[in-house]
Write a protein of this length. Structure first.
Length: 320
């Protein structure tokens, strides 16, 4: 695997997903960057704009094992991770571990904010450690293991919003938004006789995805660009509009995602423009505005714009 092969596979995956997710090329590209960074994604938007379809399309395009969990308030942690059950096929009827839906390559967690905090915690622990411990026994999850979660922010009844500390486990938080008129026309026609995503064919293997993840991790970040990332994150900690600034985990996430974006463009080195392009999806769920800032109508974008306006990008490198 080299960067040219990486770029070819990346573009092939994006084109395949875009055949069923119309008018959202930027969101599809960012979702693939997250996957190539070995990171998890939460899609947050109003119902019916294609969040679940995008997650399904990504899984189908990679010939990966795909699992799906529809979260409800009565769901228990064992419903996701698995649990020990009595094996009646044996004379002694011993307890054996029965794996839950989390043992897959790509797990679609639909409406994650409908699960109780206890169930959310079990899921997010698996996301961070990539393993599940049940009754003192640790079970490794498949490689790669990626969570694509969705939540609807407008529905409050029967929901348990993810705290900021748990949202921090997701590499990106992405928003689909409503499609344009012509894009929605394509959606209407494509789904007239059934779900268009069910006809999607894989265009690469899970082995190739693993190779893409490995290559992205090897893309070079020069010290000036590394300093640029750190200075931007540090700047959020000095902004009076923020109640909670970006953590060191945000710096790591920004560096990892920038490497994958550089490889997607066929480059072996990260440019400052990669960092700038990923600031919002990486940081929008990791920083929290003060009540006063919210009353003034400030947004996360305003804070990030202030941060990058005060920091000069490295000289001698390509800048957006």
């Amino acid at each position: 695997m080299n960067v040219k092969r990486f770029q070819e596979l990346f573009d092939r995956l994006a084109a395949n997903v875009n055949t069923v997710i119309h008018g959202k090329e930027d969101v599809v590209r960012l979702a693939l960057v997250a996957i190539c960074s070995n990171g998890h994604v939460v899609f947050e938007d109003v119902p019916g704009v294609g969040k679940s379809m995008l997650a399904r399309a990504l899984g189908a395009s990679m010939k990966a094992d795909v699992g799906r969990v529809q979260c409800t308030p009565d769901m228990l942690p064992g419903d996701i991770t698995g649990s020990s059950v009595v094996d009646t096929s044996r004379k002694q009827m011993d307890f054996v571990f029965r794996a839950g839906p989390i043992f897959t390559n790509i797990l679609l967690v639909d409406e994650v904010n409908r699960a109780t905090p206890k169930t959310q915690s079990a899921l997010l622990e698996a996301m961070a450690e990539r393993q599940v411990t049940v009754e003192g026994t640790t079970h490794k999850l498949p490689d790669p293991f990626l969570v694509l979660a969705t939540q609807n922010p407008v529905e409050q009844a029967g929901t348990f919003p993810l705290p900021e500390a748990q949202l921090d486990r997701f590499l990106f938080r992405l928003t689909m938004g409503y499609p344009g008129l012509e894009a929605e026309r394509l959606v209407l026609r494509g789904n007239a006789r059934g779900l268009e995503v069910e006809t999607l064919k894989p265009v690469c293997t899970i082995k190739e995805v693993l190779e893409m993840i490995e290559l992205a991790a090897q893309v070079e970040i020069t010290e000036p660009v590394e300093t640029y990332i750190l200075e931007i994150v540090q700047a959020t900690r000095n902004d009076p509009a923020l109640l909670m600034a970006a953590s060191p985990r945000a710096s790591i996430a920004l560096a990892k995602a920038s490497k994958a974006l550089a490889a997607a463009d066929g480059r072996e080195q990260v440019y400052p423009e990669d960092v700038r392009a990923l600031l919002n999806p990486v940081l929008n769920h990791r920083i929290l505005l003060t009540p006063d800032a919210l009353l003034r109508g400030e947004t996360v974008d305003d804070v990030l714009e202030r941060a990058i306006s005060r920091i000069k990008p490295p000289m001698g490198l390509k800048v957006a």
